[in-house]
Structures are given as structure tokens and as C-alpha cells.
Design a binder for this molecule. Structure first.
Ligand code: F6P
Length: 353
């Protein structure tokens, strides 16, 4: 049996733990040959591969990033490097030339959408859900999310002490695209006074009123805002349009906008920290190492059983799998009635609405 593995889209902590688990499980359980495809689907287009064995995956469990490299601008159905030419058939032909019995694809929604289309062209694929955003459909958790939440929570702890010392309003902007999972969980873990997420558009007067109320006592306010959050009246996210990218917009900057909007209401100084890629870098938490290992092993079982076109998923406490076709092109947002939102409100955290 010859199996290929690739990591697609943005990196996140835990990718190496999955690569290690898939490789070791397939080698130890059925003597498979494993090949790493470099830089996501680009490796299949540009024929960049390398063998993976026990030595190649030794010592990578706790390493951030991906030893295979990744690329978030190479969709073989819309290949960026060659005037937008479709190189999907060339991609499948190269996988056939390698005599791959299956391709394990580790990635987020964009990667799963590509995997789904390659599967329809006859390439046997198995998916593993990755993203710090935790927004993949049909899985309660993606690996990488817990690590990002840990970084944001620690950042909030640090911002709180300086906010308290100076009597400032301190805003931390998180990643997460159109989902508020990172801001919500990290905001709760970091004791934020205000949590603003895309699913609940905020009213600036509501946020300002809370900051004003806190100005004299306790004197400072900690705000955690997701990059996809937006005011009720704006209706759209703060982002830059990218001319030459298949991902047409890049989110970021709503924290700075919020600071501008809040300052006129307040005597306290309002400052913003954009946490950015710090959330995606570094070593996975112990939780993510376990989840990534469990996902990797489960993917190896799907390969062994010939259950292709499926993505590993965590539903409740159970590791299971779902059809990739049902995940592709869909996202999982924070439901309006989510328990954590209710708990936050009950504890006096403002959600800005
Ligand atoms: O999807 C993961 C993510 O980190 C998002 O939270 C963020 O908006 C985006 O990727 C940033 O992507 P890039 O590194 O390509 O700018």
C-alpha cells in the first residue's frame, strides 16, 4: 500500500502530530509506504514529494508548523501560478504515476473542498480537519484551536495587568475569520469584560456604556474582539481586498476601528493589540497533541478500510468520520443560543448587543 499525505491551507499547531500518527500507524499496522507531498497541492502540481518513515517523523510531535510545508494559494482547479489554468487532471495523473492508493489531506474548509473535487475525479481521499478557527462543519473540534485559544488567553492575562496599571481600555483582536470561536473561548478563559464575535453584531453605544461605567471603578476594561466582528450598522467586516489572490479578502483591523469608535466616549485611553499569526505559531497544547494523534490514527483506519471520501470528525467525545462532500464549502458558526454565550451574559460579560 502506498499512501500520500499533504497539509493544505494555513498552518496550525498539531499538523506534525497528525503527519506522525498517520505515518506510524500505516507503517506499523500494515507495512505501508508513505510519501509526503510538499507545500500542499502545489507538491502534486510541481511534483515535489519526499518519503516519510519512522525516522522522518521522529521528534516532530510537539513541533509547530508543518514539516511538509503548506500553501494556501494553490487550488489545482484554479491554479494560481499558471494564469489561473486548471491543472486538476495533471494533479490526479501525478498521483496515479506515484501509484498512490490514497491521499490523506490535512486542512480546513478550502482544502476539503479541493479534496472533494479530486475525489470525484477518482483520487481516493481521506480528510483530517485542521484550523485554529474551529469552524469546520460536522466536527465539534478541529486541532489547532485549543493551542490558539491558549495563546490568546495568555495574551489577555498579560494585557489585563497593564490595562489595570494604566486604567486603560485594552482591546485584543483575534483571528477566526467569520466565526467567533477563538474570541469567545479565549475571552472567557482570559476574563475579558467584553467579547465581540461576528455572529452577534455589536452596538458601539453598548460597549461604550460598559467602558464608561468601569472608568472609575475598577478603572480598566479588557475587550476581546474577533477579526470578523462588525458593528450592527456597518453590516460588513473590516478587510483588505487582494487583487491577485484566490482568497479575495484578508480580514483584520476591526480592533483599531473599535478603538477609534470608542475613544470619543471615554476619558481613559483606548489601545489595541492585533494578535495576528502569534495565534497560529508554536507548539501544540497537550490537548491538541492528543486530538491530532487521535485524528491521524483514525485517518489511517479509514485508509485501511478503504472508506474514502470521508473526513475524520469529533462529535461529542467520539472520534468518527463524515462525508467530505457534506463539509466542503460550509462553515460552523457560534449558534446564537450557545451555552457559553448564555454563561458569559449571566456572569456580566458584555457581548455588545
Ligand atoms: O483560517 C485560519 C486563519 O488564521 C484565519 O483565522 C485568518 O483570517 C487567516 O487564516 C489568515 O490567513 P493568512 O495567513 O493567509 O493571512
Amino acid at each position: 500500500m502506498h499512501i500520500g499525505i499533504l497539509t493544505g491551507g494555513g498552518d496550525c499547531p498539531g499538523l506534525n502530530a497528525v503527519i506522525r500518527a498517520v505515518t506510524l500507524a500505516l507503517i506499523n499496522e500494515c507495512g505501508a509506504r508513505v510519501t509526503g507531498i510538499e507545500r500542499g497541492f502545489l507538491g502534486l502540481v510541481e511534483r515535489q514529494v519526499r518519503p516519510l518513515d519512522a525516522a522522518a517523523v521522529s521528534g516532530i510531535l510537539a513541533q509547530g508548523g508543518t514539516i511538509l510545508g503548506t500553501h494556501n494559494r494553490c487550488d489545482p482547479f484554479h491554479y494560481f501560478g499558471e494564469n489561473g489554468a486548471d491543472v486538476s487532471l495533471r494533479t490526479v495523473a501525478f498521483a496515479c504515476e506515484l501509484e498512490l492508493d490514497a491521499l490523506v489531506v490535512i486542512g480546513g474548509d478550502g482544502t476539503m473542498a479541493i479534496a472533494d473535487r479530486l475525489g470525484r475525479l477518482g483520487l481516493p481521499v481521506v480528510g483530517v480537519p485542521k484550523t485554529i478557527d474551529n469552524d469546520l462543519y460536522l466536527t465539534d473540534r478541529t486541532f489547532g484551536f485549543d493551542s490558539a485559544v491558549a495563546v490568546v488567553a495568555e495574551s489577555l492575562d498579560r494585557l489585563e495587568t497593564t490595562a489595570r496599571s494604566h486604567g486603560r481600555v485594552m482591546i485584543a483582536e483575534t483571528m477566526g475569520r467569520y466565526a467567533g470561536w477563538i474570541a469567545l473561548e479565549a475571552g472567557i478563559a482570559g476574563g475579558a469584560d467584553v467579547i465581540l464575535i461576528p455572529e452577534l453584531p455589536y452596538r458601539i453605544e453598548v460597549v461604550a456604556a460598559l467602558c464608561q461605567q468601569r472608568q472609575s471603578q475598577p478603572g480598566h476594561t479588557l475587550i476581546c474582539i474577533a477579526e470578523g466582528a462588525h458593528p450592527v450598522d456597518a453590516g460588513q467586516v473590516v478587510a483588505r481586498r487582494l487583487a491577485d489572490s484566490p482568497d479575495p479578502i484578508r480580514l483584520g483591523g476591526v480592533g483599531a476601528l473599535l478603538a477609534q469608535q470608542l475613544q470619543p466616549f471615554l476619558e481613559s485611553e483606548v489601545r489595541t493589540t492585533l494578535l495576528g499569526h502569534v495565534q497560529r505559531g508554536g507548539s501544540p497544547t497537550a490537548f491538541d497533541r492528543v486530538l491530532a494523534t487521535q485524528f491521524g490514527w483514525e485517518a489511517a483506519q479509514l485508509v485501511k478500510q478503504g472508506r474514502f471520501g470521508r473526513m475524520v470528525a469529533l462529535q461529542g467525545a467520539t472520534c468518527t468520520s463524515v462525508p467530505i462532500s457534506e463539509v466542503a464549502g460550509r462553515n460552523r458558526l457560534v449558534p446564537a443560543e450557545h451555552d457559553l454565550l448564555q454563561a458569559a451574559r449571566s456572569l456580566g460579560v458584555s457581548l455588545g448587543s
